[in-house]
Each structure stands twice: as C-alpha cells, then as structure tokens.
Design a protein around this ligand. Structure first.
Ligand code: XIL
Length: 375
C-alpha cells in the first residue's frame, strides 16, 4: 500500500511538474515571440525613418538628369501600395504588356486601347514620361498574325496600319518607343521571325520610318537583351543601327534590357564601352528592363550582391555621355515576370513583396547622391 501511494505521489508530482514546465515554457516562447515581434516592428519603424530621410529616387534622378522607372501593368494600378510607390519613386513608366501587338490589336479590325490609355493617363497625372513597348516583336502576337497567311504586300500593310494606328493614337504623349524588339539572334544574324520571313530585313527600317511619320516627336529605339556588354550580338546590333543611320532611318536610341542574374552578371566596363560606341554614333541609350534574378530562397548576402549589380550599372549609365533612362522590369518582387519564366528564381527587383525597400534600393539612392555630390 505505502509503495503504491508513493508511486501515486511520484506520478502526480511528475504530471504536475510537466504541466507547470510546459506552462512556463509556453510563457517563455510567448515572450520570445513577442520580443521578436517587437524587434521586427522596431526595425520596420527604423526603416521607415531612414526611408523618409532619403529623397525619393525620382527627385534624385531628376537632379542627375536621368529618368528612373519601372514597367507596369494596368490591373495593378488599382492596388494602393503599388500606385503609391510608383508615384513616389519614379518619373518614367514602361507599358509591360499593354501595348504589345497581341494585347492591343487582338483582331484585324479591333484595337484594345483601354489598358494603355489608363497607364498613360496615370503617368500624365503624376508628371511621368512613358516608354511605349513594343511595336515589332516575334512574341505575344495575336493568332490572326501568328497563324496568318498573307502575301508580302499584305504583311507590309498589316505592319504599317498597326504602327500608324498605335503610335498615332498616342502622338505627343509617348516619350520613347521600342520600335523593334529582339530582332537579333545571339549569333549575330537577324532572328528568324514572322516579320523577317514574310517581309525581309527591310521590315526594320520600315517600322522606324512609319513610327516617325506617326509621331515625329517620339524617340525611337531598337531594344534587345544579351547585348549589353561586348559580344557577337552587341557588335551585330551596333552594325545594324549604324547602317540604319547611314540610310537616314529615323532611329534615336538603343535599349539595353539588362535581365541579369547573380551567376551571370554584366561586365560594367564592357557595358560602358558599348554605351560609348552607341553614343558616339549620336544615339541615346536607355537601360530598359533591368532585373537581377536570384536563386530562391534569397539569402541576405545575395541581396547585397544584387544591390552592387544595380549600383554598378547605374554608375555606368550616369557616367555615360547619353544614357538617359534607367528602367527596371517592375519594382516589387510581388509582381515580377521572373518566377514564372525562370524556374527556381525570384527576388529580382528593388522592393520586396511587402513594398519594403531592399538593399538594391538604398544602393541606387546612394549612387544617385554620390553622382550629385561629385558634380
Ligand atoms: C514579359 C512580361 O513581363 C510578361 O508579363 C509576359 O508574359 C512576357 O513578356 N523582354 C521583353 C519583355 O522585351 O517584353 C518581356 O516581358 C520580358 C523580356
């Protein structure tokens, strides 16, 4: 009997001990979580204070004589944080999809301008410029074009009517057009596209001439990727735009897309040399679609590395004779084309998914300030 009682005592003691232990542990964990929460809120407050102390990027960029911006989607402009950050930070926007052939001209006789109209009036209300993207490309074509069977003359008419209508509609309101996008293959020959096959290499100069006719004020750009530094492709693009200029084709600039990754950075000296040779032809350069994708999950060191890549390219742009716009392909990691197109990659932009500035944001601000204090 006494043994059993003792055993009871021990068991009850054990249970009580465990119960009290777990209550105490629960309290400790709760305090730890609360501490962590307080620390995070504090950090957020500090970030907000630092952020208020830095002038918006657009103010700094304006003083440096360049435009800074992002590609945008019409539907996202209804999200208050999205619209607010754009207005606050940028002075140039690119239409990410709204003005591509498929979205804007879905049927031979139907144009769908409402998204682009909305974006453009947003920019006008907020004192921003617009980059129109893009007139002649081999992707995002409507099926009546992609699967169309027409004579050469009909293809030329399709192109002409499209360019005159789209560029004409926004005459005087679009600062720069990406007239021809990605027409060069990586090996330095013209890319085999529906336009090249059906019209021939002349489609490029035709596009520039009609765009100029439809809006003589707009700056007209050739835009491409993988041709930022010095390589076969950028040499071929250099030769192409040089020959266009020699023929008197109205082309005013070259867009360097700058979709890069941590593993595959652009060499800043080469980018500087490429911009210089284009500027020497009398052409302006824009960085048109920069993002720096990271293999997920992104570590803090990756974000710091990414920040340096944004800084290096912005520095090159600022010290060039005529690199007048620095545009990113979006601005918040919440909405970026990267995760959908490069599996396993993300975190490519300068604000995180909750619109908090990342190290890249601060490096960009610091680089603009550095340029202003050097002047
Ligand atoms: C991308 C858009 O971001 C995506 O939303 C769309 O689904 C595909 O196109 N180079 C270009 C851009 O010139 O038009 C592309 O944009 C990204 C690569």
């Amino acid at each position: 009997m006494p043994l059993r009682r003792e055993l009871h005592g021990v068991i009850i003691g054990l249970i009580a001990g465990l119960a009290i232990g777990s209550i105490i542990k629960g309290m400790i964990i709760k305090t730890e979580i609360r501490d962590l929460y307080n620390q995070i809120s504090d950090l957020k407050r500090q970030i907000a204070v630092v952020k208020v102390a830095i002038p918006p990027l657009r103010n700094l960029a304006e003083k440096c004589g360049i435009y800074i911006g992002a590609a945008v989607e019409r539907s996202l402009l209804d999200i208050p944080d999205y619209a607010y950050t754009l207005k606050q930070e940028f002075n140039i926007l690119t239409t990410e999809n709204a003005l591509k052939f498929g979205p804007v001209h879905p049927q031979p006789d139907t144009y769908s301008f409402s998204d682009a109209d909305y974006i453009i009036s947003f920019t006008e209300r907020n004192g921003m410029k617009v980059r129109g993207h893009t007139l002649m490309w081999h992707q995002q074509l409507p099926s009546w074009v992609a699967q169309g069977n027409y004579s050469r003359e009909e293809w030329i008419n399709i192109m002409r009517e499209h360019i005159m209508t789209v560029v004409g509609r926004y005459k005087g309101r679009i600062y720069a057009w990406d007239v021809v996008n990605e027409a060069m293959a990586d090996n330095g020959t013209l890319r085999d596209t529906i336009w090249l096959r059906n019209i021939g290499p002349e489609y490029i100069e035709m596009a520039f001439r009609w765009a100029h006719e439809a809006d003589p004020q707009a700056l007209l750009f050739y835009n491409d990727y993988g041709a930022e530094g010095l390589n076969v492709k950028s040499n071929a693009i250099y030769n192409l735009v040089k020959s266009l200029l020699e023929k008197g084709v109205p082309i005013h600039g070259v867009g360097l897309q700058m979709h890069v990754s941590l593993e595959n950075p652009s060499n800043p000296q080469e980018v500087a040399a490429n911009i210089k040779r284009l500027n020497d032809l009398g052409l302006e350069v824009h960085i048109t679609e920069m993002d720096v994708r990271i293999r997920m999950p992104a570590r803090w060191e990756d974000l710091v590395e990414q920040a340096k890549m944004y800084r290096d390219i912005l520095r090159v742009c600022l010290s060039a004779e005529r690199c007048k716009a620095f545009v990113m392909w979006g601005f918040t990691d919440k909405y970026s084309w990267i995760p959908g197109y490069f599996s396993g990659y993300g975190a490519a932009l300068i604000f995180d998914e909750s619109y908090m500035p990342k190290p890249a944001y601060y490096h960009i601000a610091a680089t603009l300030i550095e340029h202003l204090t050097k002047k």
